[in-house]
Ligand binder design. Sequence first.
Ligand code: COD
Ligand code: ATP
Length: 229
Amino acid sequence: MFLVGLSGGIASGKSTVVAVFRELGCAVIDADVIARQVVQPRFLAYQQIVHYFGSEILLENGEINREALGNIIFSHPEKRQLLNSITHPKIQKEMLKQIFKYFVLGYRYVILDIPLLFETNTVTRFMKHTVLVYSDPQTQLSRLMKRNGLAQTEAEARIASQLPLDEKCKLADHVIDNSGDWESTRRQVLRLHSQLEDSLDFLLVRLVAVTAVAGIGGLVCFLLRHFLP
Ligand SMILES: CC(C)(COP(=O)(O)OP(=O)(O)OC[C@H]1O[C@@H](n2cnc3c(N)ncnc32)[C@H](O)[C@@H]1O)[C@@H](O)C(=O)NCCC(=O)NCCS
Ligand SMILES: Nc1ncnc2c1ncn2[C@@H]1O[C@H](COP(=O)(O)OP(=O)(O)OP(=O)(O)O)[C@@H](O)[C@H]1O
């Protein structure tokens, strides 16, 4: 089994791309979804967040007010670092569990949707392929403002909290440009999907070749040992 790391910038279109991969039957693990689960009130990360950020970041029902926490961490790098240090180890542990689940289920590759894949670049070495979902700066900004109802300065602060998309493009093996319409993105995902399937075939061919060479080598040794004086 191999891993495909998928990333992008905030509102660049990762979920849009991942939806097409899911439609094609691919296994996908979404770090944003896990990040939401690990801060539920019954977990340790929740207590740590309340301890460091105070009860003012809680909603009336006791859950974390994500908007309030986002406003803090996207404008204070040291607080972002603190939140990352609380949540990231738990997110990685849960991702590992899910990778194992898909391995047991027999999936041949798994797509990991990790927004900060290239920022925390220790993870990229476990990926056979990396994919970047790009959108041009103006499109990214306007989609983010519209989706989250943010003012331009707030949206710019969120974008600035991540490595620029142009930098990430240089680090990725594949780029999907989501600056255009849905159909154009869909076509690119279909093309990439068939490339990933081809690379899977290539892996199988290599595995068969290695097994065949080992088998022939064993047979030659056997013959030499038994038939040579
Ligand atoms: C700050 C939080 C509360 C904001 O929640 P909200 O529901 O508004 O946004 P959501 O979780 O859907 O994230 C949206 C996007 O924000 C960006 N983002 C989230 N966390 C971070 C971060 N620590 N640094 C930079 N960008 C981030 C990502 O591009 C992500 O896809 C939340 O994102 C969070 O808990 N972040 C810390 C965990 C984390 O790093 N998550 C990213 C996946 S590893
Ligand atoms: N090709 C497109 N055309 C028009 N709108 C789009 C397109 N792709 C995405 N969008 C819209 O842009 C917004 C961001 O897209 P999406 O949620 O897929 O990004 P994301 O990278 O997963 O975001 P985040 O990391 O912040 O959660 C959404 O409101 C989505 O509907």
